[in-house]
Design a protein around this ligand. Sequence first.
Ligand SMILES: [Zn+2]
Ligand SMILES: [Zn+2]
Length: 147
Amino acid sequence: MDEGCFAHPAKAKASNCFDCMRPICVVCLKLHGSHDYCPECSATIGRKVLRRRVVLGVLAASVCLTLVLGYALYGNPFRYGAETFAVLDLAAEVKKEPCDRAKVLALAETYLRVMAPRECLALTDQYLAACGDWPRLRWPRFTAPAL
Ligand SMILES: [Zn+2]
Ligand SMILES: [Zn+2]
């Protein structure tokens, strides 16, 4: 004779729980996707799904918040493509030490690489005006495409 449901021994087994393999009757059977589960495992799955949704929701919200904040602080965060963070980091460094030649040059070259000649010219103008002449900084100006 077939075994009965683990919770209702009098009822015939309809399936086995996909997780704990216990026999379950039609009353106990819960369907998740294409698998049968007992009520206990079904509750666990429900909690897992819920937790995953909460985690995803929090992640999505924080990504959006970062983008909104970034947008507010720096303008369009996508304008420098993959180098956005390199550009923003360097720009912040240069803001702190506007006459640090290595940083200014690195930023100018990065601007050129990401096709931002306007920013490159503004940066070199600002350096030349504030920190005196530096011939090395004049070359990116020649390679900058015409505005
Ligand atoms: Zn189970
Ligand atoms: Zn049952």
